[in-house]
Design a protein around this ligand. Structure first.
Ligand code: COA
Length: 333
């Protein structure tokens, strides 16, 4: 019996934007009681990028988006929906996605943000997958963009050494095909009971901006590092296994694993528990640190544009972020 074509959500193009300014571990040594050796051995990070004064999530997102559109050979006016995954929006409202829409000239698109922190791009991809497979939209632009440097306590060595700024984007297209291609499945989860382990506790919507909260640096990232570390390993492995099983795949079938880039030791532990080889695990944390929602799309773009990831490759994405939120996606590239 002939298989009827169905709509697949195919990644048609990728893009990324990294601010010019590099902040190395050696620069941090001059600002804090820390060392390049400690940061490198505990996290794998060597340097990170810091947004310039006139840059913010929407400006970086727009640059990454333009690159992804060009790569996908798609005009901005043909985009039906823009989703920006960010935990550092330009302002509380309008959404960062609306600023991006204006900047790139995507006049007919609906545009909104998703808030799932480091899992944000996985969430955005999962949403885009559903819209495309249902036939509702044909061209969706998904972006992860973060200006973490603006919500860091630069006197807290346990958090500020970890994060960086940047943006990554992808264009997903609906393609009628009989063969298996594009996003094969996405799996997303949350656990609000764990919201305290990594958060920005200052609640503008809850309390307004208060002098006390500013003095207590409540508008900055606070994290229980080792608990977050353990949860990241556990949940990223769990959901990666689920995604593989769902598609009848084993780790040997995967050509590239693109994990969230939070800590090289987290990535190594995830790969080890999945029995997944290091040479097929994409890592760029040494250059950018943890760029939260931007980390996965930046990694996807680098793997794609460097020619490492090729058409037909099976790609496994897995990540965890504040919320807690976590998820995985399997893509036939
Ligand atoms: C933050 C993190 C790197 C800390 O590494 P760790 O091995 O757990 O280190 P610990 O927190 O146990 O601290 C060990 C020691 O190093 C010290 N330390 C912490 N940060 C330091 C730094 N930047 N430089 C030097 N020393 C530091 C601590 O004060 C502690 O000293 P003590 O033993 O005298 O008390 C690690 O827990 C981590 O990566 N967590 C997950 C982060 C994450 O994924 N966040 C985002 C989720 S998306």
């Amino acid at each position: 019996m002939n298989k009827l074509p169905s709509i697949k959500a195919v990644v048609a193009g990728t893009g990324a934007y990294l601010p010019e300014k590099v902040l190395s571990n050696f620069d941090l040594e001059k600002m804090l009681d820390t060392s390049d050796t400690w940061i490198r051995t505990r996290t794998g990070i060597q340097e990170r990028r810091i947004a310039a004064k006139d840059e913010c999530s929407s400006t970086m997102a727009a640059e990454a988006a333009k690159m992804a559109l060009e790569c996908a050979n798609t005009e901005a006016q043909d985009i039906d929906l823009i989703i920006v995954a960010t935990s550092t929006p330009d302002v509380i409202f309008p959404s960062t996605a609306c600023f991006v829409q204006k900047e790139i000239g995507a006049g007919k698109a609906a545009a909104y943000d998703v808030s799932a922190v480091c899992s944000g791009f996985i969430y955005a991809m999962s949403i885009a997958e559903q819209y495309i497979k249902s036939g509702r939209y044909k061209n969706i632009l998904i972006i992860g963009s973060e200006v973490n440097s603006r919500i860091l306590d630069w006197t807290d060595r346990t958090t500020c050494i970890l994060f960086g700024d940047g943006a990554g984007a992808a264009v997903l297209k609906g393609v009628e095909a009989e063969r298996e291609c594009g996003v094969l499945s996405s799996h997303i989860y949350s656990d609000g009971n764990q919201s305290h382990i990594i958060s920005v506790p200052g609640g503008i919507g809850k309390t307004s901006v208060t002098h006390e909260a500013i003095d207590e640096k409540q508008y900055c990232i606070k994290m229980v590092g080792n608990t977050t570390f353990k949860m990241a390993v556990k949940k990223m492995v769990e959901v990666a296994k689920e995604a593989l099983e769902f598609n009848g795949l084993s780790p040997e079938d995967i050509d590239w694993m693109v994990p969230h880039q939070a800590n090289k030791r987290i990535i190594d532990s995830v790969a080890e528990r999945l029995d997944f080889p290091e040479e097929k695990t994409f890592i760029n944390i040494h250059k950018y640190g943890n760029t939260s929602g931007a980390a996965i799309p930046i990694a996807l773009h680098e793997a794609n544009s460097s020619g490492k990831m090729k058409a037909g490759d099976l790609v496994l994405i897995t990540g965890l972020g504040a919320g807690l939120t976590w998820g995985a996606v399997v893509i036939r590239w």
